[in-house]
Design a protein around this ligand. Structure first.
Ligand SMILES: [Zn+2]
Length: 316
């Protein structure tokens, strides 16, 4: 059974996913979205001819559906494809009124066989874990390279797991949250000491910021020394602000600033594989809430800074 709205899209490689769970994203801006939901896990229940091979399979639908053909896509920029779609704007991963989501089969990742990741928390693999992986990949972090993570959300915790799996050398600055208004110079001094203790000397760091918040972006830029690489989460729909003075000062130190809007759909396979290997824990990063209780959960979380991603679940 399909709804009238989804049936109209049953052409080509469109698949209809009966959503089992959807990650609904950072609370403040996600709750104001016209169509909430950034990534989903569910079962393919219908589709066009190009989706026939996925019928009946449990799949992960990430946030981005690029065209895959344009010059931006061909150069690895699928996330910022000019004609691509990002869930959470005009359409959300919660799907239609029946929890059914139309998505291009091309970008759906089967979570079966060697990529079987059970449970509703698997939805975070399509957004929070994928964004974390993209921050790691776009910054070009290598094994044993010194890295600083700035952020206190689910993306940050998942990123720390990814960095551990990739054998990066994560420096503990002890000041990743916004409640700590300690001077950035003091934080940097502590990180410099940690880097020296780890044998990195003055080697430039990779600094990864996960929240997109102005205060944490400023901190990431302020602690980045000469020739550092700073990767800043810049997801569509958020309202991030960048401190002009901190940016100018960082640029004067020849800091490379990389904006990361999200992960290429092709990376979702590697993200799921990390979860299968036990190197990434989606369960610990997610708070599950029944779909019908989503509004109440948003209201409850509005006054706190949850370290988990909110995942809405459907009774199937
Ligand atoms: Zn494209």
């Amino acid at each position: 059974m399909t709804t009238a709205a989804s049936a109209a899209q049953l052409v080509g490689d469109s698949a209809i996913v009966a959503v089992e769970a959807a990650s609904v994203g950072p609370d403040a801006w996600a709750r104001s979205a016209a169509a909430p939901g950034l990534a989903a896990v569910g079962r393919v229940v219908d589709g066009g001819p190009g989706a026939a091979h996925l019928l009946g399979q449990r799949v992960l639908a990430g946030r981005f559906a690029p065209c895959g053909e344009c010059d931006v896509c061909r150069r690895g920029g699928a996330v910022v494809c000019p004609t691509g779609e990002a869930l959470g704007a005009t359409r959300g991963a919660l799907g239609d009124g029946h929890g059914r989501l139309a998505a291009p089969a091309r970008w759906l990742i089967p979570l079966e066989g060697p990529l079987a990741v059970a449970g509703a928390a698997a939805a975070v693999l399509g957004w929070e874990a994928a964004l974390a992986y993209a921050l790691y990949a776009r910054a070009g972090v290598g094994p044993r390279e010194p890295v600083v993570v700035i952020g206190d959300d689910a993306v940050a915790s998942l990123l720390r797991q990814i960095l551990a799996a990739k054998h990066a050398s994560v420096l503990d600055g002890g000041a990743a949250g916004p409640d700590d208004d300690e001077d950035a110079a003091a934080v940097r001094a502590r990180l410099v000491a940690a880097a020296a203790a780890a044998g990195h000397g003055a080697r430039p760091w990779k600094v990864l910021e996960t929240t997109g918040e102005a205060a944490l972006r400023a901190r990431a830029l302020a602690i980045a020394g000469p020739r550092a690489v700073v990767a800043l989460a810049a997801p569509p729909g958020a309202a991030p602000v960048t401190d002009a003075a901190a940016t100018s000062a960082a640029l004067a130190r020849e800091v490379t600033i990389v904006g990361v809007a999200g992960a290429h759909p092709d990376l979702l396979t590697e993200v799921a594989a990390l979860a299968v290997r036990g190197e990434l824990d989606p369960v610990g990063a997610a708070e599950l809430v029944p779909r019908e209780d989503l509004a109440a959960a948003w209201a409850r979380r509005a006054t706190t800074r949850p370290a988990t991603a909110l995942v809405a679940t459907f009774a199937r």
